[in-house]
Design a binder for this molecule. Sequence first.
Ligand SMILES: Cc1ncc(COP(=O)(O)O)c(C=O)c1O
Length: 392
Amino acid sequence: MTQQRRYFDNAATSFPKPPAVHLAMLRYARTIGASAGRGAYREALAAEDIIRQTRRGLAELLNIPDPENVIMTFNCTDGLSLAIKGLLTEPASHVITTRMDHNSVLRPLGALREQLDIEISYLAADGQGLTDPEDLRRSIGPRTRLIVVVHGSNVCGSLQDIAAMGAIAREHQIPFVVDAAQTVGHLPLDMQELPVDVLAFPGHKALLGPLGTGALYIRSGMETRIRPLKEGGTGSRSEIPLQPEMMPDRFESGSHNLIGIAGLLAGLTYLRRRGLAAIRARETELINIFLEQTADVAGLTVYGPRRPAERVGVFSVSIAGYEPAELAAILEDRFGLLTRPGLHCAPFAHETLGTLGRGGTVRFSFGCFLSEDDVVFAAEALRQIAAGRAAP
Ligand SMILES: Cc1ncc(COP(=O)(O)O)c(C=O)c1O
């Protein structure tokens, strides 16, 4: 009998996608095929309508007042680079981020340090990967021009208090950018309630779209403070030599990934039918099961907060005596469990957790198609490996 394969790498990209996502992509490829905003024939208008509906769907999901403030990107990294490099243009300015942030934030900041001599403060996190918003207040100085924070850690699932941090940023009138790669689609987020100026997120993770999709929400009024990173064709105002100022064209140059956006729209429709509150409640149940079932296993460490309200379903684990790559290989070969070993593009997070020196951890990341049986099976596999029964 072939072994069942169970996908636990949803923090990288979600799998499976709902069948409606495949069908929408196929329908676009077979019957539409046109680029958006580039023609007035029926198919070009249908393509434009797919983008319009996707923008509207994202705006409704996140309670964004104006869908035109949602920019389509190719992934979360793409949106973060635009926000960070577009906002931090002044030499020698100061920026604050956290030690839980991903290379999609750390590396653009590193590049700006070289190019513009910016100064970077990294807020420390505790042993569970949680930062203290009051540290943010203490780090703000006269040259602070940007605060950029990851919402949910892609290493250990910890959730930063973006409401408190955003309130502090707003008090000081400093733009507040949030990397929501691991939270959009996992839990409800309300952009009219949260003091967030720019929210970057992928379309291919919990929003269930295909790879090559993402979006950036830019709060109204903030768009003029962000310098576009690309200029080019928008299908609008073709007579002028400069990039149009209006949203979303200001930040959307070149042809869209329409086949991907068609899939993303179907993913969004699926999610909205299930409801984010219900998805979060289900994920919380699975988080509790995983935490309970792995709590008493000798030799096994599960990193990150133990309180479900402080985390998403992204778990880093290690077992004494096993290298991360070796453990991931056993999990796949013996148990059909697909996980990710290593540093997960967040080296400072591993320094915080004390796992940098041993090459990181093995990550289990949950998605909305995971069952209770999958989670119990994963916990039991870890128990058996830790007890030495599944050693190679
Ligand atoms: C916290 C975090 N930020 C940013 C990214 C980058 O996302 P993308 O792969 O869509 O560029 C990831 C992806 O793993 C992530 O986990």
